[in-house]
Design a protein around this ligand. Structure first.
Ligand code: DGJ
Length: 719
């Protein structure tokens, strides 16, 4: 609910349990008042007095003694009029000056059309229009309130209302100056095969930046960050989170300055960003989702999960049963024939798998990663008869047929690159990554070409499932199609056309299920989730490593967004041997599947596959819809445990894993969370009943287990 009090010129943005409050201050700037637990609609001017601070410039038009933008808690930082903190926008005028001061012009309740950018569905939107006193640019700040999910989305729109061009050198999505205090910053860092490792450090003074300059949101740093009050933890204390609905180079900044306030701001990374606005033109930033929780990081995660599921992930897919996949990548890599795949399909059908996904290597002359990206025609030498016999075999056996694409890439050794060398980003000599170049998606002719190739394959073979991969990051940021003064637009234009292609394909093929991927989880973000309901979480399929990766991913993203497959042992990434049952248990905490040669399994293992699938079907709704609770942190202890509880608390499912067996560790218990304290639950696997409060406060004995062995518990409320 959004309310405006005209007497105090104050905006109240209320969620179910939170309030976000700001006002137009006497000087006309937007002044932040409160973000946190819900408050009343009072006159808060006593909370935001102008107070003198030496070396803080007084801007023109100040009406209060001591007023300085440097001291004020703002809603969007200008530059050059005395605010020395991180600017939210840098607008260069034609005379070269960069200076901005944004003052209130008016407001209305009006939602923005984000065009090709992903955006959250619904909510109530406030548009506040500001004018830049230094340039002729209008700035519109958008606040969309999702009351039920307790999330506020922010975005900005710039309109050049002047007579000459201006250039945006930075255009962040949001900024907010929070009350001063001792805070930690939490982020999800990592690398290929080890994505989204949680890290919490003291903010101290100065700026802590979470960013990617790779043209993709990246494995290395996720576009999610949280500010945690010192002392807050997993289940208690106050924290703020920010998550960008964006998949490219980004920046999230946490800055604590001389007033002790903390400015959180962010949006597109501006290391190599600029956007020229001719008179009348406008630029729209990606959306940022902000959440506050007084129930620690656990509460913050559940807010983001609910928000992403209700407002971002495609409605049609989000709660629908997910395909149970067998993917041939780790089973065959590039070395397959139609015969080999037929056998895999037949075995999959026997065991209850419902979708076969043909991974990399089916097109051009691709027998290794050295060639053919861009040549999306079937390699009939390798696959006798092409894709049709495979698709038919799947459909005859009752399986869906899926296929892998890496649409944004081109190999140097490809027909496409030979025909259109200027379609690759950069100029020679340029870097390769996995022997490939990136296609210049800022060009409409490039994305149109890809649409044509993909649409043809999808319709010709009745494809049911697409895995959309992206296996390198950007270098040499140059487009042959852009003029010199627009080269800084390349990365964002690239992404707009990637989103547009995904949108177009999904519209044209509404029954095709899309999974995202980027060398594992290198583009696991809320922008991609607006198109792909699930994303391949990591190329690391080792059960123990996956426990950690899934744990880290859960801080920002729901279980249902994590695509997880059982793979073979010794594991291809770590060489580790883990029990088959552990691999199954871990993958059941996401969109499950298999990534191994089912035909090579022992009879006992095949039996386990059938059993795992049957069990998964029983708990799938909990994975799709439930509230996620983290129980035992595998980064800090020998034990991993997570659970999901249905919204009505009638059912729950928990999975745990011991890293290394510990002798005589008898006294350890696992305490469950999120249950109905007064309810009585039957623990299916143990055949015993416990009261919810007992399960949460006394816990259950931690099963005594061997190295890397896992347990799972399915609970039903019976009273
Ligand atoms: C990277 C992906 O993460 C893998 O699952 C697989 O699809 C390979 N690419 C294929 O090249």
């Amino acid at each position: 609910m959004i309310k405006y009090h005209a007497e105090t010129r104050t905006f109240f943005l209320h969620g179910r349990t939170t309030s976000y409050v700001f006002r137009v201050c006497p000087e006309g700037d937007l002044e932040h008042i409160h973000y946190g637990k819900r408050v009343g609609e009072d006159d808060f001017s006593c909370l935001v007095p102008a107070s003198e601070l030496s070396f803080s410039p007084v801007p023109p038009g100040a009406v209060r003694q001591g007023f300085s933008l440097n001291v004020m808690a703002g809603e969007y930082g200008g530059y050059g009029q005395g605010d020395f903190r991180t600017p939210s926008a840098l607008i260069a005028r034609q005379d070269g000056e960069i200076c901005s001061r944004f003052v209130y012009r008016g407001h209305r309740f009006h939602a923005l059309d984000f065009g090709d950018l992903p955006c959250a569905r619904g909510g109530e939107t406030l548009e506040v229009e500001l004018t830049d006193l230094c340039s002729n640019v209008l700035l519109r700040l958008y606040y969309t309130v999702f009351e039920e999910e307790d999330v506020v989305c922010r975005a900005a729109e710039f309109i050049n209302a002047g007579q000459s061009a201006v250039t945006l050198r930075r255009a962040f999505s949001f900024a907010v100056d929070l009350e001063g205090g001792d805070y930690d910053v939490f982020r999800l860092a990592g690398r290929h095969l080890a994505e989204r490792t949680p890290e919490r450090t003291d903010l101290g003074h100065g700026t802590l930046e979470i960013c990617s300059m790779r043209g993709a949101s990246s494995h290395q740093m996720n576009p999610f960050g949280a500010l945690i009050a010192r002392g807050a933890g997993e289940d208690e204390g106050e924290c703020y989170g920010a998550e960008l609905l964006y998949s490219g180079s980004f920046s999230l900044r946490f800055e604590r300055g001389e007033t002790e306030r903390v400015r959180i701001s962010g949006g597109i990374d501006d290391t190599n960003f600029s956007w020229k606005l001719e008179p009348g033109e406008r630029f729209i930033t990606p959306q940022a989702a902000l959440a506050f929780s007084a129930e620690g990081l656990g509460g913050l995660s559940r807010r983001f999960h609910d928000f992403l599921r209700a407002r971002v992930i495609p409605k049609r897919d989000v709660f629908a049963p997910r395909p149970i996949v067998v993917n041939n990548w780790e089973a065959t890599y590039f070395d397959f024939t139609a015969e080999k795949l037929f056998a895999l399909i037949d075995e999959a059908a026997q065991l209850g798998v419902d979708t076969f996904v043909l991974d990399d290597g089916w097109f051009g002359k691709r027998n290794s990663d050295k060639s053919s990206l861009g040549d999306w025609t079937v390699n009939e030498e390798k696959l006798a008869g092409g894709l049709a016999p495979l698709a038919e075999r799947c459909h005859r056996r009752g399986l869906k047929f899926g296929i892998w694409f890496e649409p944004e890439m081109v190999s140097e050794d490809s027909e496409l690159f030979r025909a259109h060398p200027d379609w690759a980003i950069g100029k020679p000599p340029r870097c390769t990554g996995r022997n490939q170049y990136i296609l210049d998606f800022s060009r409409a002719d490039v994305s149109d070409y890809l649409y044509g190739r993909m649409a043809e394959i999808l319709s010709r073979y009745g494809v049911d499932y697409v895995k959309w991969d992206m296996n390198r990051h950007m270098t040499e940021f140059f487009s042959a199609a852009l003029p010199a003064d627009r080269q800084g637009e390349l990365q964002h234009r690239y992404l707009l056309n990637v989103y547009a292609l995904a949108r177009r394909l999904k519209k044209e093929f509404p029954d095709v299920f899309f999974e995202g991927c980027s060398g594992g989880g290198g583009r696991f973000d809320a922008g991609m989730l607006a198109f792909f309901p699930q994303i391949w979480t990591s190329d690391d399929t080792d059960a123990y490593e996956r426990a950690k990766i899934q744990w880290g991913t859960s801080y920002a993203y729901p279980m249902s967004a994590m695509s997880c497959h059982v793979s073979v042992c010794p594991n291809h990434q770590t060489g580790r041997i883990t029990p088959f049952s552990s691999r199954g248990a871990l993958t059941s905490l996401g969109a499950t599947g298999y990534e191994l040669d089912l035909c090579a399994l022992t009879e006992e293992e095949k039996g386990q596959v059938a059993e795992q699938i049957a069990n998964y079907k029983k708990i799938a709704r909990l994975v799709l819809e439930g509230d996620c609770y983290r129980l035992s942190d595998p980064f800090k202890s020998n034990y991993f445990a997570m659970m999901t509880v249905s919204k009505d608390k009638s059912e729950a499912y928990a999975v745990g894993m011991t890293a290394l067996a510990v002798p005589a560790d008898f006294s350890r218990r696992i305490r469950l969370k999120g249950l109905d304290g007064r309810g009585e639950y039957l623990v299916e696997e143990l055949g015993v009943k416990f009261c919810g409060a007992s399960l949460m406060n006394a816990g259950l004995p931690m099963p005594r287990l061997n190295d890397f062995s896992a347990w799972s518990l399915h609970l039903h409320r019976v009273g």
